[in-house]
Design a binder for this molecule. Structure first.
Ligand SMILES: [Zn+2]
Length: 192
């Protein structure tokens, strides 16, 4: 799945508890994108592709370095450390958000070349539990659009209802303006 979908799914997880802080929500939502940090090798791969010995960091490390249990534990520990309240809950939900990313990749991330990115869950310690699924759909297949669309609608609904959206991660001020605009368009009282 694309990082946008992963992020929105992570945002859903971050919204499971209604009383949690902005910082904690951000940590949980970003944990849902964290596995794809191993895809940053694409940059070096792209920049060196015309060299005699290109750095194949994307080919070699994407879905390997970040898509595993060890990294999930590291990310959960970081979330525990950055949280200021409800630390265990934050770490636990970050762990769940991270795992939904792995699941999303297993079910729907087949590349245009047909390559099924396996998820080596116990890497780098063991090659056992490498996840693949025969029914895996492509990265641009309709279920991914449906999931993205549903999460987006829920994100808007939650912003309207609860008064915050993912924009708060970047700017609480812009987020307040966004929520105010939503509520001006759809007055809260009308919901009954
Ligand atoms: Zn991924």
């Amino acid at each position: 799945m694309s990082p946008v979908t992963h992020f929105l799914v992570g945002w859903m997880v971050a919204n499971v508890p209604s009383r949690i802080g902005r910082r904690e929500r951000a940590a949980i939502a970003l944990a849902g994108v964290a596995p794809d940090l191993d895809g940053l090798g694409a940059i070096s791969e792209f920049l060196t592709k015309h060299r005699a010995q290109p750095l194949l960091w994307f080919t070699e490390y994407h879905h390997v370095l970040g898509h595993n249990l060890a990294f999930a534990l590291i990310v959960a520990a970081i979330c525990y450390a950055v949280a200021r309240q409800r630390r265990w809950l934050t770490a636990l939900l970050a762990f769940a958000s991270f795992h939904l990313h792995l699941l999303g990749d297993v079910v729907g991330a087949r590349g245009p070349d047909g390559y099924q990115w396996p998820v080596p869950y116990l890497a780098p310690f063991s090659e056992r539990w490498t996840w693949t699924w025969n029914g895996q759909w492509a990265l641009n297949a309709w279920p991914n659009f449906v999931i993205t669309g549903v999460c987006l609608l829920l994100t808007l609904y939650l912003a309207w209802r609860r008064g915050y959206s993912p924009i708060e991660i970047v700017s609480p001020r812009a987020d307040r303006a966004f929520v105010a605009a939503l509520r001006a368009r759809f007055p809260l009282a009308a919901a009954g």
